[in-house]
Design a protein around this ligand. Structure first.
Ligand code: MD6
Ligand code: FE
Length: 218
């Protein structure tokens, strides 16, 4: 079997340098345990609906864990140290999740210690507009993403908003790291694919998806 024939069977997208996709890095059993940990996060920091500068609500419910959490309202986007609705400091990142995020980053030669984890809860019709994560202090740190529940069609763009985007399916148990020259790529979630989750879990919206992004914000 030569290299040419091998390429005919390639079904995975070819990703640019600085985008590391670890398919199925989290197995089903670990996934359940990590999602159980998220129920504790939700009890301490209930998911809520953020508003954009315009006052319009964003589609997905969100919450955070870690010493800082990403928030948006009429005053703009920023990291804050407590839940804006309850006034309570964000709960810590559950230790098993934090350790796994650190392992994933280190495996990409981008070691870091996250201080913030943004939780995005997608209902069946959830999506996320094309954006660049630029509210963190130092863009040298990577961002690590964990996906649970139904598949997402993730759109991976370039350095400029108008650059072409490449679709990448993110499945339950996938870990993706954005680092180095790809840290500032535009990206978003085009759609959620119904019926693709391996199991239901009370931490995942019915028919939807849960995504965690671990960052170093300060
Ligand atoms: C999501 N992810 O997968 C949204 N950001 O639901 C992101 O916005 C993201 O996956 C920075 C780095 C990796 C990501
Ligand atoms: Fe992002």
């Amino acid at each position: 079997m030569g290299a040419i024939q091998h390429d005919l069977f390639q079904t995975e997208p070819v990703l640019p340098a600085g985008i590391s996709l670890m398919r199925g890095r989290i197995d089903l059993e670990d996934g359940r345990a990590l999602l159980d940990d998220m129920l504790g996060v939700f009890a301490a920091a209930p998911p809520y609906r953020l508003r954009m500068k315009t006052g319009a609500y964003v589609i997905n419910q969100m919450t955070n864990c870690g010493s800082l959490g990403w928030h948006s309202d009429e005053r703009g986007y920023r990291y804050v140290d407590r839940h804006p609705e309850t006034g309570t400091p964000w709960p810590p990142i559950p230790p098993r999740l934090k350790a796994l995020a650190m392992q994933a980053a280190a495996a990409c030669a981008a070691p870091f210690v996250p201080d913030a984890c943004l939780v995005n809860l997608y209902a069946e019709e959830g999506k996320l507009n094309l954006h660049q994560d630029h509210d963190e202090k130092d863009f040298a740190w990577p961002i690590v993403s964990f996906s649970f529940g139904n598949d997402a069609i993730f759109a991976l763009g370039g350095a400029r908003r108008r650059d072409p985007v490449q679709p990448v399916t993110l499945r339950h148990g996938d870990v993706m790291v954005m680092h180095g020259e790809s840290r500032m790529r535009f990206h978003g979630v085009k759609k959620i694919v119904p019926g693709t989750a391996p199991f239901d879990h009370p931490a995942i919206p019915a028919g939807g998806r849960l995504n965690l992004t671990f960052r170093r914000a300060a």
